[in-house]
Design a protein around this ligand. Structure first.
Ligand code: ATP
Ligand code: MG
Length: 288
């Protein structure tokens, strides 16, 4: 019989992950996926990393913090039918526990959705005295419910992103392997330093993930080399290749491992999830 590569990878993946569960971690690691540059793969990473973690039996909460709501629709939720979203949490109408949707496509994946009205939270927060800390208070009470909380940030460094960075243990920065990948990073890192000094000194960088990598292109290799030179071991060993299946999956409302588990995109995100679990185990999360 022909070997089934997808099946054997899957078995290995679950085995390693089970081991991680045994060794682990009874409070959540909160990871904000952030880069103010648009279209670099934040949402693709948030959805597929969260799904891969949940499939690996990690209790995972995916929070959509972008008014575009792409992570919400990416896991198959209908924005029109969600009763409570992150907007309600940030403006004080509700808490995260009441706003989460349980077991979305995976038993261990809960989701807090976002709709366009989240943009109004940015405005409504401005007048609050504790405007940077609202999310921190909201998420802290859920720490014991999860192994990982993954937050998909919007492409800006406004109040919503700041709230997510103040609430997070670390950020994960997706870097698109294209022209100007590193441009604007100093602005993001300045924001991280500001948050470290003013509100959250333990904020670390849990990794820089190279996305839309094309090994045939010098440009991709150049971006990877530059990133590894600058960030050293913080760059994930695994890279996410450019893969059309990853771009197709959201229109079916499915994470890649449910849409096409044999695709190179699915394999990449499972490997990234495994690497993240291993790094978290090793406590490899020092702030920069
Ligand atoms: P925004 O800043 O608007 O929130 P983003 O950083 O969240 O964008 P994504 O929405 O994840 O970026 O990706 C941008 C586009 O690139 C999407 O159409 C997505 O499907 C596609 N894409 C992301 N990663 C890959 C990949 N590895 N291969 C092919 N297409 C990809
Ligand atoms: Mg996005």
């Amino acid at each position: 019989m022909e070997p089934n590569p997808a099946g054997s990878t899957w078995k290995r993946f679950v085995a390693v992950s089970r081991l991680a569960v045994i060794l682990t971690i009874d409070v959540a690691r909160i990871i904000a996926i952030a880069n103010q540059k648009g279209g670099v793969g934040k949402t693709t990473t948030a959805v597929n990393l969260a799904a891969s973690l949940a499939a690996a039996e990690q209790r995972t909460l995916l929070i959509d913090a972008d008014p575009q709501g792409n992570a919400t629709s990416g896991v198959g939720l209908q924005k029109e039918t969600i009763p409570l979203t992150l907007y309600d949490v940030l403006v004080g109408n509700s808490d995260l526990r009441s706003s989460r949707q349980a077991s979305i496509q995976f038993e261990k994946l809960d989701v807090v959705g976002a709709t366009p009205d989240l943009a109004a939270a940015e405005v409504e927060l401005v007048d609050k005295a504790d405007r940077d800390h609202v999310m921190r208070g909201a998420v802290e009470v859920l720490r014991e419910d999860y192994d990982f909380v993954i937050i998909d940030c919007p492409p800006s460094l406004g109040l919503i992103t700041i709230n997510m960075l103040v609430a997070a243990d670390a950020l994960l920065i997706p870097l698109q392997c294209e022209y100007y990948a590193l441009e604007g990073l100093s602005q993001l890192l300045n924001t991280v330093h500001r948050v470290q000094h003013s509100a959250n000194e333990k904020l670390g960088i849990d990794g820089v993930l190279l996305t839309m990598y094309d090994s045939r292109l010098n440009l991709s290799r150049q971006v990877a080399d530059d990133a590894r030179e600058y960030f050293g071991p913080k760059v994930f060993r695994n890279v996410v290749p450019r893969n059309v299946r990853l771009a197709e999956a959201p229109s079916f409302g499915k994470p890649i491992i449910l849409y096409d588990i044999a695709s190179v995109g699915a394999q990449a995100y499972m490997n990234v999830a495994k690497e993240l679990i291993e790094r978290t185990e090793q406590g490899d999360d020092g702030a920069q």
